[in-house]
Ligand binder design. Sequence first.
Ligand code: CA
Length: 230
Amino acid sequence: MNNIKILVVEDDAMVRNLIATTLKSNSYSYLTAPDGAAAIRIAASEQPDIVLLDLGLPDMDGVEIIRNIRTWSQMPIIVISARSEDADKITALDAGADDYLTKPFSVAELLARLRVTQRRLASQSNPKEDAVFVNGPLRIDHGAGCAYLNNEPLKLTPTEFKLLCLLAHNVGKVLTHTYITEKIWGSSWDSDMASLRVHMATLRKKIEKTNGIQLIQTHIGIGYRMLKVD
Ligand code: CA
């Protein structure tokens, strides 16, 4: 049995029912909201563990819901939007969404996203963070300012180390290009975006030569995410 309660915010009854059926048959408990007002009300009163949020709602933009929820809660929010709406996804992620699903999505995809989010929730509930971060073969010793892969020290440039720490700090969450460049360089000019691509490519080369375990996911046109591995 799954002790996770999910709020499904979707105005399209067919999609809503499909998601609800999937959740039910996978032992999740769920609530549904057909519009933004109901979503905010139910999120506040029922405190779900995860919100699945359609961005295009009849009464308000899904991004407004994210901003509202983020003023009082860090509950994970997975945004659902159409393929053509990359800009909306980026706005949603920058407003505080954790992840996104693109319509049309498969049941397998939906369940995979939920597992990623649950893994992150589980890792948050044990507060051993701070000094040493461990994720599968990767270990970051913040105190010493170094990182290890399978106990081998990684030779990272200062920028690569900063990038790695930023992704690790937000493990499980998709970070947009703008968010990352703002954090690393304090700006998000085209030149910063270009630098990010270069530093990320070299960082990935250094940390992904390990038994096929993928630590960093690229989201084309959107950003990057460090996956939580067991
Ligand atoms: Ca919709």
